[in-house]
Design a protein around this ligand. Structure first.
Ligand code: ATP
Ligand code: MG
Ligand code: MG
Ligand code: MG
Length: 576
């Protein structure tokens, strides 16, 4: 039976396509999603999803939901407007810095708009689960997240308001956590495969989440902001944040171990602050310094990025401790993004803990490489680590050394260094949040056991943009069927006869269970309709045109461009 909702007439659809790229758009997904009328910019990094865009977003959500349900995760919906206190307990009220949207209620109490929800999920489980019998439990939500990104860009690829699927696992044992993690990992593989995304799984650093094991799902695309090492011949791939690519000693003599630098005790924090024109207590992002005198921080003339590139923050106070000898001229944060070729060196986060290491080249530089994450004595990645206390400096010696063309550690083929979009991220958090919130359940022996957590994110709205990046062509978007806003786009190319046939074909396809868009817009030329059909990117285009009188339509594959003339009966049979 025909399902009316399956047939969308374009004459009744709110859609305005654009011939010109939006002036501020640099990436294909940004241009095309706007031009095809899927999204509209509301304000910086904040987007309105229009009818077709909302359908794609919903399709992505549906696939995510199905696969999360399939591993036994339970869907919930937590608030996005959150009180400050739990984030103070975890210290993230501070740690997140400017990334957090903060606000006050009428009584002056502090709130935030949730950037991610480890705290609130830990509290939810603390409230709901009391015994080991209540665990393991996996919870997820698909929700609007808020991050005041330093550089919202590329349309919905990096929003300040965006849709995320975040899930959290709660187990009593480490083995349980490993199992929940494995379940998520497998579910993510299915999700991204169903979405039709080309993706790689790479080991990653945990960043602000804390915790230990962590992997990222990366969708290779030039528009991506992540850099990764990739083997063209086998499945080896690694994020350059986690694998240190090339490490040179300070004397620049080529590959070698990481060199520990002497850091003078006298901080010149005041000097630094003076240069910046900010108070000495300020928190900075992506600070770059130009070295005027060859010293521990670099060679004269070199520009050194300090702190963690990206949107994480650097405490100026700590910074001064190890930059002391070198800071003279500061380069703006924009330079770091706009002119990466300037950035030749990087002082890793370990430097902030009191010891400096210098790594040549930044991952944003084509020829080069990345920064290091420290491995602690258990071989786990850590941040905010202190050399000598948390790890032996020697342990840095086994970092992987790779440059483009270097042999793949698995199969020996020359490696590539590519750009990618982070579409998902999974973490074995361990007990960090459970400790903060004293999340215990009663164990088998009647004694309390501390719970161990995992957290798992998918950028649902970002996935839409990532797909657009990977699948588009010159003519427009080109959706994989499962996420496309319709299965078939029927174009009425002509007058009443064509429109009548197009609607009839649409009805029949709809009755066969297909989702159909019929371009029945009166007074719109066939040329414009064809152009729009290509732009919108529905996988199959059916044209009722010249031979409409004979009941013949043209069936075209959007991706391959293959076309064929078929009778309506043949077309319906073929497509359903
Ligand atoms: P990025 O490195 O791109 O800033 P992230 O590592 O900060 O992302 P996570 O905290 O790991 O992000 O969040 C989980 C997922 O949410 C990410 O893998 C990504 O797909 C998505 N995501 C994060 N920030 C944004 C954003 N500003 N806009 C859209 N999606 C985002
Ligand atoms: Mg981020
Ligand atoms: Mg990231
Ligand atoms: Mg991440």
């Amino acid at each position: 039976m025909a399902n009316a909702a399956q047939v969308q007439r374009m004459s009744r659809l709110m859609i305005k396509t654009l011939r010109e790229d939006p002036a501020d758009a640099e990436t294909a997904s940004h241009k095309l999603l706007v031009r095809a009328g899927y999204v509209r910019r509301s304000s910086a990094g904040i987007w309105t999803w229009l009818p077709l865009g909302k359908k794609v977003l919903e399709n992505v959500s549906r696939i995510v939901r199905e696969e999360m349900d399939a591993i036994g995760a339970q869907e919930v919906l937590l608030p996005a407007l959150l009180p400050k206190e739990p984030y103070e307990v975890s210290n993230r009220w501070e740690e997140y810095g400017d990334l957090l949207f903060r606000l006050k209620d009428r009584k002056g109490a502090d709130y935030l708009l949730g950037p991610t929800h480890e705290e609130i999920f830990a509290l939810t489980v603390k409230d709901q689960c009391t015994s080991y019998k209540d665990l393991p439990v996996m919870l997820y939500q698909i929700q609007t997240k808020y991050r005041d990104e330093a550089r919202p860009r590329s349309g919905v690829l990096r929003g300040r308001e965006f849709q995320m699927k975040d899930s959290y696992s709660f187990d009593v044992t480490d083995e349980g956590l490993a199992e929940s993690y494995a379940l998520h990992r497998a579910a993510y593989e299915k999700i991204f495969a169903r979405l039709g995304l080309d993706f790689r799984i790479v080991s990653a650093v945990s960043g602000a989440m804390g915790g230990s094991a962590s992997e990222e799902f990366l969708a290779p695309a030039a528009a991506g902001e992540d850099t990764f090492v990739d083997c063209p011949a086998c499945d080896y791939a690694a994020n350059t944040e986690a694998v240190t690519v090339k490490v040179e000693p300070v004397d620049g003599s080529g590959h070698g171990p990481v060199e520990e630098l002497d850091t003078p005790d006298t901080p010149t924090i005041e000097k630094l602050a003076e240069h910046l024109g900010v108070p000495a207590s300020a928190t900075l992002k992506n600070l770059l310094v130009k070295v005027t005198e060859t010293s521990a921080a670099g060679a004269a003339g070199e520009i050194v990025a300090v702190g963690v590139p990206g949107d994480r923050e650097v405490d100026l106070g700590k910074l001064g401790e190890h930059l002391a000898p070198a800071v003279v001229e500061l380069v703006t944060a924009e330079d770091f993004v706009e002119r990466p070729e300037l950035v030749r060196g990087y002082v890793g986060p370990q430097g902030l803990a009191g010891k400096s290491f210098r790594y040549l080249a930044d991952p944003r530089v084509a020829s080069g490489t990345a920064w290091i994450t420290g491995a602690n004595k258990e071989g786990k990645h850590a941040r905010n680590v202190v050399a000598g206390r948390d790890f032996e400096v020697d342990e840095y010696l086994d970092v992987v050394v790779v440059e483009p063309g270097d042999p793949c550690p698995k199969c020996g083929t020359g490696l590539r260094i590519d750009r990618a979009i982070e579409i998902g991220h999974i973490f074995q958090l361990g007990r960090k949040y459970a400790d903060a919130f004293e999340l215990d359940v009663l164990g088998q022996n009647g004694k309390p056991v501390r719970v161990t957590m995992g957290s798992y994110g998918i950028g649902v709205s970002r996935a839409v943009a990532a797909l657009a990046e990977q699948t588009h062509d010159e003519a427009g978007l080109c959706w994989p069927r499962e996420v496309a806003p319709a299965d078939v786009h029927v174009v009425a190319a002509g007058k009443a006869k064509q429109t009548e046939l197009a609607l009839s074909v649409g009805e029949q396809l709809g009755a066969a269970g297909l989702r159909v868009l019929v371009d029945d817009r009166p007074g719109v030329s066939p040329g414009v309709k064809f152009t729009d059909a290509e732009l919108l990117g529905v996988p199959t285009i059916v044209v009722a045109g010249r031979r409409a009188g004979e009941g013949v339509v043209e069936v075209k594959d959007r991706r391959t461009g293959e076309r064929e003339e078929l009778t309506v009966e043949e077309a319906v049979a073929r497509l359903s």
